[in-house]
Structure formats: C-alpha cells, structure tokens
Ligand binder design. Sequence first.
Ligand SMILES: N[C@@H](CCC(=O)N[C@@H](CS)C(=O)NCC(=O)O)C(=O)O
Length: 326
Amino acid sequence: MLVNGKWAEKWQPVQQSDADGRFIRQHSGFRDRIGPDSAKGFAVEAGRYQLYVAYICPWASRTLIALHLKGLENAIDVCAVDPRLGDQGWAFTGRDDSDLDPVNGASYMHEIYTLADPTHTGRATVPVLWDKKTRTIVNNESSDIVRIFDKDFGALATGDVDLCPPELQKEIDAVNERLYMSFNNGVYRAGFAGTQKAYEEAVADVFASLDWMEGRLARADWLVGDRLTETDIRAFVTLVRFELAYYSLFKCNLRPLSAYPAVRAYLVRLLAIPAFAASVRPDHIKAGYYSIKALNPTGIVPVGPELDYLEALGAARGDRPARSAA
Ligand SMILES: N[C@@H](CCC(=O)N[C@@H](CS)C(=O)NCC(=O)O)C(=O)O
C-alpha cells in the first residue's frame, strides 16, 4: 500500500483484520461527483474521463456494467489492469488482453493515486474514475461511480434505464446495505478470515443471503421493485464469481449454486444482457483470485470448474472454448 505517497516495501496482499480476525475493508478516499453536484467543478464532457478497472474485481465490475447499461461506452474510456495482484499491487502489463495505460503511461495503479495526491496513504484499489483534464481522481468508490454514471452524465448517457428510481431508492439503499455486508463483502470476510469464528460467521451470512435471494427470486424477477436496478448489479457481480472463486478459494462451500434454482436462473438471465456479459472475464477472475499468495501460495490456477452458463457466454462473444486442446 502507499504510505505518504511511497509504495511500502514488503507489502503483501493481505487484508486488515480486527482483534477477532474479522476482515476489514478500507474506506475509499476520493468521493466527488460530476456535473452540478461536483464540489471541484468536474464537468460533463465526452472523452474527459477514464475508468480504471480490473475484470477480477466485483466492485470495478459494478461500474463497468453501469457504464454499458447507460450507453456511456463512447463517452468514457476504460483501462483494465493485469488480473494478478503483484508485489506492487495492480499493474499495467498488456498481458491476457489487459491494457497498457494510454492516458498516464503508468506501470502500476499506485502511480495513479500519487499523481492525484503525491502524499496519499492507502491501498491503491480499483475502480478509479480519472479526470484527464485536471489529472486527478474524481472518485474511487464503486457505489458512487455507479450513481455518477446513472445520474450525472445527462444526455451523454443514452441507455434507457434508471438504476435507482427515486421511488425505490429507500428500498434499494436498504437491500444494498444488507447485501454488501453479508454477501458482496461476506465472501471476502470468509476468504480472509483470520479465525474459525470469523470464518463461520461470514459463511453463515453468505448463505443466509442466498436463502433470502432464492425466496425473493422465486416470486419476483428482480431483487427490488419490478425492474432492473443497481441492486441486481450488486448481486450479479458476486454470483458470477461464486463458483469460479468463492466456493473453493474463499471456502464458501456450504451448498453449491445449483441448490438455489431461482438464483441460478436469475444469474443466467442477467448473463444474457450484453452489458452484464461484457463485464465477465472468467480467465481474469480465476487468474486474479488464485494469484492471491496469502490464500494460494503456489499460484496454481484450477482447471475447472466447467460451468455451462459461462460457456454460453464465451460462445456468444466468439471466444475459444475454455478448455484448451493441449
Ligand atoms: N470501496 C471500494 C473497494 C474496492 C476494492 O477493494 N477493490 C479491490 C479489488 S476487488 C482492490 O483494488 N484491492 C487492492 C488492494 O486492496 O490493495 C469500492 O467499492 O470501490
């Protein structure tokens, strides 16, 4: 991580924990908006902003899905890091169809943070929304960036969807909060737990969330109201990683996803929406999670699992089959 603008040596991608071994996620530091609600006057302009993402990362994937659903692909550039978190954090290598940084020419994500604030202290996380004009970070919190794309870009956003309609906002915020604690971050609390107790608490939360979603989706198409909202984006990014990484690497293995037929059908339905499909790179997800040395010291990436819903995704994009012919 960065300490006063310097990359701390001997840094390991291990997360913070409390006295009982419970995983603690860092708070995001850059929280401005774009347009009339911007404190620093970031204006709505096509081509001015770049979104830094990692395809492995569920928080970054939320913002990618929102960008595509809102039809902002031509207004905002996207730059994807190498999926493997190395000794210097996220890197721009161009490997595995990741990107080199065309705007700042950075080698590592932490350079983007020190360009914005030469004395920055904190982890160099993705997503980051970067302003090319003033060369700084607008925002590095995915829940804000989703709302920036949904609300701030006005006529530049051509997608015909309101991800947080005012009449549903209260319920969306309440369900988002619950899902975040117990599901989106719940899987991380399980994976990075430092004690048996912290792990068991987290796994119970994860499966209680799946139980709740199964009940809801057995009688409704969407998690809140009668339409697609940002809550569905939040559920999706964790669901699509569940069998690829969380079930095995994070030990969230109480039940397979097939024990939740309504949830699984919902996942397949969302994958058929191009904005959702465009955010999913199974190769990056597996390479990224299994490169976390603290959890997988050998770095060996499992061959499986074979997942029919992801093969359909690859075929739709014209990818080669997941299993090589070697
Ligand atoms: N609050 C942030 C969390 C982002 C986050 O934790 N991203 C992870 C990747 S999934 C990251 O970049 N981790 C690098 C690190 O912790 O050093 C958000 O939702 O935007």
